[in-house]
Design a protein around this ligand. Structure first.
Ligand code: C2O
Ligand code: CU
Length: 544
C-alpha cells in the first residue's frame, strides 16, 4: 500500500499555476480568488466499496491499496491570479457535485520490467503490474492524484472521458506536461459515475504500459450485481517487438522498405483483413506480437473467480493503441448497460465491439464451469483472453474462438442513451465540421486537411449547442474522442444513440454527435489511434 493513512495537511503543490496560452489579467472586481474558494474539503472517511459489491470486485487486487480516503484536512489557500478563462473554470467547478470527501492516490511513471505471463517486457509503466493501480471514487469526491515523473521525457495523466475542469485534463495545452523529475497533483471534483481510464497525453507513450482504470461510483445507484470484473484490453509490442518510436518512424518513412521484416509491423493496409470486419477491411496499421487482457498474454490468462448464478458486471476498457476488439464470453449472453460511463437502454449481446478509448459495461449471469473471455482483434489476427471460473473444470484452449464472437455483435449503432442521460433536443445548434483526412501512403492523418499543431480550432461559446460532424474521407476507421464532454451520437436514421466520448467512424462514413458546451476551456478532439494522433489527426475545441 502506498498511501493508506491520513496525510498531514499540506499546502497545494502548485500554489500559483498560470496558463501558458491565455493572457494573465487581474480579476475584474479586484478581489483575489483562490483555488480553494469554491472547493469544500471537509472529508469524512467512508468505505470505498459500493455496498453490494464484494471484495472480489477488485480484480486488480492490491491496486486498491494505492487509494486513500482521508478527512479533516483543509488546505491553506494560496493566492491565484485569475484569468477570465480560469474564472469560468472555477465557476463550473463550483457547480459540480461535492461530497466533501477527498480520495488521494500517487503514481510514479518510470521504466519497469513487466511480466506478461512468461515473456517480460521493458517498458514505461506505473509499477510492475499492468494495468497500473485502480483509481476509484464516488461522484462528487475530490480526486487528488500526484504523479511523479520518473521518465527522462515529459509526461502527463489524462482523465479519459471525465468531464472535469479543463486545467486538470492532463493534456497540453490545458494542463502543462510534467517535466522529467517533477511532480504534479491533479485535483478535481469527479462529475459522473462510470467506467473511465487514464493515460498520458504525450507522444507515443500511449502505446506503452502507462494506463490505469478509473471507476466512479454513484452511491445512489442501485448496484444490481454481485461482483465486478474490470477487463482492460491492450495491444502490446513495447519491449517485445518494435518500439512505438520505430513503428512510427517506419509508418512515416516515404518508402516503407524493410517493414515486412520488422517484428511488430505489417506493410500495407488490408494484409490481415478479415472479410467480416465491422470496421472495414483495414483493422489497423500495426501487427502486434501480443494482445493482453489485464496485462496477460492468452497462454497465461488471468482468472476471475465467481459463483455460478452470480451477476457479474464487466467493465471493458480498450487501452490499445491501434486495435479494436470484439469481446465475447464463451457460453454467455451479455446485457450491455453502459458505454463510456453512461447508461444505455439495456440490450442483449453475444459480443461487443470496442474501439481504442471506448468502454462498455455489461452484466452476465455466471454459468457453472470454466469459460474463456475472448477479445478478438477486429480486422487483424490475434486475440486476448481471460478466464471466468465458477467451478472445477478444464482450462479452455488458448486459441478458442467462442461461437459468440460471430453471434449478435453490439456496436454503437445498436445502443441508445438511457432517458435519464439523454441530452434532449438541441436548440439552434451550430455546426462543427471535423473532416477526417489523410492516408497510409503519406501517413498524413489530419482533421479538416490540417495536421496538429497547425490547426484551425473549432470554436464554441459556453451554453451553445452544436452538432460535431465527423466525416471520414479516408479508407481507414478512426475512433474519434472529445475531451471534457460526453456527446450524444445521433444515428443516421434519425434515432438517438448513446452518450459517449469516443465513437468509431468507419471508412468513408459520417457520424454526427450532439455537444452541449457546458465545460469552458480548450479541449482536444482527436483520433484515439496513437499513430494517427501523433501524425496529426487532432484539433482543438476552444471556448470563445
Ligand atoms: Cu484517451 Cu485525448 O485521450
Ligand atoms: Cu485514426
Amino acid at each position: 500500500m502506498r498511501v493508506a493513512e491520513t496525510m498531514p495537511c499540506q499546502p497545494p503543490a502548485q500554489p500559483a499555476r498560470v496558463f501558458g496560452i491565455w493572457p494573465l489579467v487581474p480579476a475584474q472586481d479586484g478581489k483575489r480568488r483562490t483555488m480553494t474558494d469554491t472547493m469544500p474539503d471537509r472529508g469524512t472517511a467512508a468505505s470505498l466499496l459500493p455496498r453490494r459489491i464484494s471484495r472480489r470486485a477488485f480484480m486488480i487486487g492490491a491496486a486498491a491499496g494505492s487509494l486513500a480516503v482521508v478527512g479533516g484536512c483543509s488546505r491553506s489557500p494560496g493566492a491565484i491570479p485569475v484569468t477570465p478563462r480560469a474564472e469560468a473554470i472555477e465557476l463550473v467547478e463550483a457547480k459540480r457535485p461535492h461530497t466533501g470527501r477527498t480520495v488521494r492516490a500517487t503514481l510514479t511513471a518510470q521504466a519497469n520490467t513487466v511480466d506478461l505471463g512468461g515473456p517480460t517486457a521493458r517498458t514505461l509503466s506505473y509499477g510492475a503490474e499492468l494495468p497500473g493501480p485502480l483509481v476509484r471514487a464516488n461522484v462528487g469526491d475530490q480526486l487528488e492524484v500526484t504523479v511523479t515523473n520518473g521518465l527522462d521525457t515529459p509526461t502527463s495523466l489524462h482523465w479519459h472521458g471525465l468531464a472535469l475542469r479543463n486545467d486538470m485534463d492532463g493534456a497540453a495545452p490545458a494542463t502543462p506536461d510534467i517535466g522529467s523529475g517533477s511532480q504534479f497533483t491533479y485535483r478535481f471534483s469527479v462529475p459522473h459515475s462510470g467506467t473511465y481510464w487514464a493515460h498520458p497525453h504525450t507522444p507515443l507513450d500511449t502505446d506503452r504500459g502507462l494506463y490505469i482504470p478509473v471507476i466512479v461510483d454513484d452511491p445512489r445507484e442501485r448496484a444490481d450485481y454481485d461482483a465486478e470484473w474490470i477487463v482492460v484490453l491492450d495491444d502490446w509490442t513495447d519491449g517485445i517487438g518494435a518500439s512505438p518510436q520505430q513503428i512510427f518512424d517506419q509508418l512515416r518513412s516515404p518508402s516503407r522498405n524493410g517493414m515486412d521484416h520488422m517484428p511488430g509491423m505489417h506493410s500495407m493496409p488490408g494484409m490481415t483483413a478479415s472479410s467480416d470486419s465491422l470496421i472495414g477491411p483495414d483493422g489497423g496499421d500495426v501487427t502486434y506480437p501480443y494482445h493482453l487482457i489485464n496485462g496477460r498474454i492468452p497462454a497465461a490468462a488471468s482468472t476471475f473467480s465467481a459463483k455460478p448464478g452470480q451477476r457479474i458486471r464487466l467493465r471493458i476498457i480498450n487501452a490499445g493503441a491501434d486495435t479494436a476488439y470484439r469481446v465475447a464470453l464463451a457460453g454467455h449472453t451479455m446485457t450491455i448497460t453502459h458505454t463510456d460511463g453512461f447508461a444505455v437502454r439495456p440490450v442483449q449481446a453475444e459480443a461487443v465491439l470496442v474501439g481504442m478509448g471506448e468502454r462498455y459495461d455489461a452484466i452476465v449471469t455466471a454459468g457453472d464451469g470454466v469459460f474463456a473471455l475472448v477479445a478478438s482483434a477486429e480486422g487483424k489476427d490475434g486475440l486476448a483472453r481471460a478466464v471466468l471460473s465458477t467451478a472445477a473444470g478444464r482450462q479452455p484452449d488458448p486459441h478458442l474462438r467462442p461461437a459468440e464472437l460471430t453471434g449478435r455483435v453490439v456496436t454503437v449503432d445498436d445502443v441508445t442513451a438511457d432517458p435519464s442521460v439523454d441530452l434532449g433536443e438541441l436548440s439552434a445548434p451550430i455546426a462543427l465540421p471535423a473532416t477526417l483526412t489523410g492516408g497510409m501512403a503519406r501517413y498524413d492523418w489530419g482533421i479538416n486537411g490540417r495536421r496538429y499543431p497547425d490547426v484551425e480550432p473549432l470554436t464554441i461559446h459556453e451554453g451553445q449547442h452544436a452538432i460535431l460532424r465527423f466525416t471520414n474521407q479516408t479508407m481507414m476507421w478512426h475512433p474519434m474522442h472529445l475531451h471534457g464532454h460526453t456527446f450524444q451520437v445521433l444515428n443516421a436514421n434519425g434515432t438517438r444513440g448513446p452518450r459517449k466520448d469516443t465513437v468509431i467512424v468507419k471508412p468513408m462514413s459520417t457520424v454526427d454527435v450532439a455537444v452541449v458546451a457546458d465545460n469552458p476551456g480548450t479541449w482536444l478532439v482527436h483520433c484515439h489511434n496513437t499513430y494517427h494522433m501523433d501524425a496529426g489527426m487532432m484539433t482543438h475545441l476552444d471556448y470563445a
